[in-house]
Design a protein around this ligand. Structure first.
Ligand code: A2P
Length: 276
């Protein structure tokens, strides 16, 4: 897949939210690279960048073949702090550039009167780093259309990505359509609904018709909706399983059945209500 600045982004990413900063992260990333993932998604607030950095350092894949994403945390918003946060992530990851850097959550109206200004100041730092070549692509995460609109109106470099929660029963269709109409690639975090969808009877039935696991079905479904899924696992056989989704296609009818599913669990985090 290509971002709107023509930069290549691998269609599946390895998610690391809730992966501890120890051997678990080192082994998880190492195994993910072994089975073929080239896209690793992390964030300063996950606290695991130094272990991920070790894993990246130890492997022999050319840097240009890897795609590494991090995110600026909410306490580091604003021009100067964002730049400092970026440098810290870069150092912890032992890299000299990032492929993608995101604003982790929007500053929102329930938190700050000048929330639009705050997002814009953060964005200016991202644009500077992008213009200097220290980041190959920039974007946002958990932004809804009403957060994106004022940012896009003022931005010199338009966001290339919006990373949102995305799984069966939680498609965030309005946000997805808004982004797709503006050439913003949507990435999906927690494509398995943080694991809560794995026992869902509708998904279990459809998955068994294809001889696949529910996790594989959810990941394939996201891809067929043009979303980049970021499944998280620290378990070797699951890491592999989640990457083996190229040998089947979900029929239009089954896509529609999954698209129509009602909410059946997820993170419960709402950008217009959260307070962190
Ligand atoms: P673990 O990391 O212990 O393997 P999400 O990506 O939606 O946030 O879901 C992550 C959760 O789902 C984690 O608890 C992860 O467990 C679990 N998980 C990831 N892949 C699979 C899989 N293929 N089968 C079962 N559980 C999985």
């Amino acid at each position: 897949m290509k971002l709107h600045n023509s930069y290549e982004i691998p269609a599946i990413g390895y998610g690391t939210w809730q992966t501890p900063n120890d051997e678990t992260a080192i082994q998880g990333v190492t195994h993910a690279l072994e089975v073929g993932y080239r896209h690793i998604d992390t964030a300063a607030v996950y606290g695991n960048e130094s272990s991920i950095g070790k894993a990246l350092q130890q492997n022999e894949i050319e840097r240009s073949k890897l795609f590494v994403t991090s995110k600026v945390w909410n306490t580091e918003r604003g021009y100067t702090k964002t730049k400092e946060a970026f440098e810290k992530s870069l150092k912890d990851l032992q890299l000299d550039y990032l492929d993608l850097y995101l604003i982790h959550w929007p500053a929102a109206s329930h938190q700050f009167e000048n929330w639009q200004e705050i997002n814009l100041e953060t964005w200016k730092a991202m644009e500077d780093l992008y213009n200097k070549g220290k980041i190959k692509a920039i974007g946002v995460s958990n932004f809804l259309p009403h957060h994106l609109e004022p940012l896009i109106a003022e931005a010199e470099v338009k966001p290339m990505v919006n990373q949102i929660e995305y799984h069966p029963g939680f498609r965030q269709q309005e946000t997805v359509e808004f982004c797709q109409s503006k050439n913003i690639i949507v990435e999906g975090w927690s494509p398995l609904g943080t694991g809560k969808l794995l026992d869902n009877p509708i998904l279990k039935k459809i998955a068994s018709d294809y001889g696949k696991s529910v996790a594989q079905l959810c990941i394939r479904w996201a891809l067929q909706n043009d979303i980049i899924p970021l499944p998280k696992s620290v378990t070797p056989h699951r890491i592999r399983e989640n990457f083996e989704i190229d040998d089947f296609a979900i029929s239009l009818e089954d896509m529609e059945r999954i698209n129509q599913m009602e909410y059946c669990g997820g993170s419960g985090l709402d950008p217009d209500k959260i307070d962190f």
